[in-house]
Design a protein around this ligand. Structure first.
Ligand code: SF4
Ligand code: FES
Length: 242
């Protein structure tokens, strides 16, 4: 295994070459905020900008997003300098203005001692009022689920996730992976009796033959059976009763 050694906040650490700084920092007990990083998703990261750190190398300093910057021999990483704190404060205030209803952003702000944003909230036709346009939901839908029922729409400040033309998606299977991964809980998913509603579409849930709990959308079962050849009978019982 190709390993490297570098310094982070004054501590020498060893890591696998090309791992991202954020992962190694967290493994070494150094917390770095970040809402758009997921180790399971290849294309995740680089959008929320909350994870900025200083990288010092050969007498030069660069500010980089630690969730997608690879560790290298002999670099020195600083995560909490006054300069980083100042930039991060600005990013948090921008996010507070963009999604004032997000509890997650408010928690991060409170931790940094920020009570209110200097920026004004701009109203626009935003169906997901807590969306920070990180793209995790569209990435999990495309890369892990393999369905691509949602995509990023609009640009700049108004960029957000949605189904094509904001209409019911014909290919959505109601699995809810997008809602689970969303860092700000922007995507509404309601399970009631044997029905799930997500992205404006209703899905019938299959009940477990053993305990009777509705536990998976029928559309998701059909999709798994069709794409993997798995036996449909496997889904008769929920994971707890299998
Ligand atoms: S809905 Fe959530 S996961 Fe999707 S882009 Fe917005 S914040 Fe990210
Ligand atoms: S976690 Fe790095 S930019 Fe969002």
């Amino acid at each position: 295994m190709n390993t490297v050694e570098f310094i982070i906040n004054g501590k020498m650490v060893r890591a696998v070459r090309d791992e991202c700084i954020m992962k190694i920092a967290r493994e070494n007990g150094i917390p770095i905020d970040g809402l758009c990083y997921s180790p399971e998703l290849e294309s995740a990261g680089g959008s929320c900008r909350l994870c900025l750190v200083e990288v010092h190398e050969k007498g030069k300093m660069r500010v980089v997003t630690s969730c997608n910057y690879p560790v290298r021999d002999n670099i020195e990483v600083k995560t909490d300098t006054p300069f980083i704190k100042k930039i991060k404060r600005n990013i948090i205030e921008l996010l507070m203005a963009k999604v004032p209803e997000s509890e997650v952003i408010r928690e991060i702000a409170a931790r940094e001692g920020i009570e209110k944003s200097r920026y004004k909230h701009i109203e626009f036709d935003q169906p997901l009022n807590k969306c920070i346009s990180c793209g995790l939901c569209t990435q999990v839908c495309a890369e892990i689920v393999g369905v691509s029922a949602i995509s990023m729409i609009n640009r700049s400040y108004e960029k957000t996730a949605h189904t094509p033309f904001k209409k019911e998606s014909a290919v959505c299977i109601g699995c809810g992976a997008c809602a689970y991964i969303c860092p700000t809980h922007a995507i509404e998913m309601k399970d009631r009796d044997n029905t799930r509603v997500i992205w404006g579409r209703e899905f019938v849930m299959q009940r477990c033959k053993e305990c009777g709990i509705p536990y998976i959308p029928e559309a998701q079962v059909s999709w798994i059976v069709e794409t993997t050849g798995k036996d449909r009978n496997f889904f008769e019982k929920c994971p707890d009763c299998r």
